[in-house]
Design a protein around this ligand. Structure first.
Ligand SMILES: NC(=O)c1ccc[n+]([C@@H]2O[C@H](COP(=O)([O-])OP(=O)(O)OC[C@H]3O[C@@H](n4cnc5c(N)ncnc54)[C@H](O)[C@@H]3O)[C@@H](O)[C@H]2O)c1
Length: 314
């Protein structure tokens, strides 16, 4: 198999490895000498059904190319099955060096119509699933004093858009989770980073068809102008995702990296941008009189990620 030795001797667990970004990352790690656990429940984009052939097909492809891989068809969204995903790495390869959390589902609807069960499912798969699989690997990382996590967040959670309060909430939560893991695991030399990818995928096509129908008619069409041309593809995300969990990225932790086509972004993280202080404290009167005019120029407009990333990918 062609490639460098970037992952020689390493074992990487990739959830959602049967499709899209996870699949491309699994293929990339294997092509660069790593052994991979390809985990995938094989659901529909909405999280319905299960199909073992999704993970198994990627494993077969890696093996056919001379690489090493094992399939896991467990669900990331329960604690027992998350532990079994990590156990697959130990059982097959005797160790675990990195986790890439890429499993995901999407159920879109406008907030005022969103079924409670769609909120619960999406948060469980993305946010709880990321916690469970990461947590299951943590004792092994701590014991060997090393390991790396990469979690898929999204511009939906970091910047925002319409019709996906469940998904965006989970993705914003993942950005927080990643940073907090980075703090706790630093004493074991374990790193945790987030990626906000942009790649045309099966989910992407479905959600944008919905947004077009639901929101364009209300005049809020910032997301759709040239939108398709602003997206990259999954094979452009994979090298960056894999690199971030390799030893070559050894000093990078607590970061959020965006990838879209050939562009890589480093995201800012929340810090106060201006402070306002008033001797004697604030009252309703002086808030109106002094705070509002002072704060207004610094307020962030309510822009979707489609408006923030309005230019076609390079
Ligand atoms: N494609 C994009 O532009 C984009 C943008 C932002 C974030 N992301 C995130 O990146 C990740 C990968 O996205 P993608 O576009 O490759 O999606 P995808 O739908 O192609 O792949 C996701 C995979 O996760 C699997 N999965 C779903 N629920 C699971 C569960 N409970 N347990 C195990 N596996 C499960 C699915 O079967 C599927 O194979 C997701 O977390 C997604 O939210 C993608």
């Amino acid at each position: 198999m062609a490639g460098t030795d970037l992952f020689r001797g390493k074992v990487v667990v990739i959830t959602g490895g049967g499709s899209g970004i996870g699949r491309e990352t699994a293929r990339f790690v294997a092509a660069h000498g790593g052994r991979v656990v390809v985990n995938d429940l094989g659901t529909s984009p909405r999280g319905e059904g299960a199909d073992t052939s999704s993970a198994e097909a990627v494993v077969a492809e890696i093996r056919a190319n001379g690489g090493e891989a094992a399939a896991s068809t467990e669900d990331v969204s329960t604690w027992p099955s998350a532990q079994r995903i990590v156990a697959t790495a130990l059982d097959h390869f005797g160790r675990i060096d990195a986790v890439v959390n890429s499993a995901g589902v999407m159920r879109h609807s406008a907030f005022e119509k969103m079924p409670v069960e769609d909120f619960d499912l999406v948060v469980r798969v993305h946010l709880s699933g990321t916690f469970y699989v990461s947590r299951a690997a943590a004792p092994y990382f701590a014991a060997q004093n090393g390991g790396a996590y990469l979690h898929m967040t999204s511009t939906t959670g970091l910047i925002g858009t319409m019709g996906v309060t469940n998904y965006g909430t989970a993705k914003a939560g993942i950005a927080g989770l990643s940073k907090l893991i980075a703090f706790d695991m630093k004493r074991y030399s374990v790193r945790s980073n987030c990626m906000a990818p942009s790649a045309r995928s099966r989910q992407w096509e479905q959600v944008n068809a919905f947004r077009q129908a639901e929101f364009t008619k209300a005049g809020n069409n910032g997301d759709f102008r040239q939108f398709r041309s602003t997206q990259g593809v999954a094979s452009q995300i994979a090298p960056v995702a894999a690199f971030l969990v390799s030893d070559a990225a050894a000093d990078i932790t607590g970061q959020i990296i965006g990838v879209r086509g050939t562009e890589i972004y480093l995201y800012s993280q929340s810090r106060p941008v201006r402070t306002f202080q008033r001797d004697g404290g604030w009252t309703a009167e002086n808030l109106s009189e002094h705070l509002l005019p002072a704060i207004r120029p610094s307020l962030v407009p309510l822009e979707t990620y489609g408006e923030v990333f309005a230019w076609p990918t390079l």
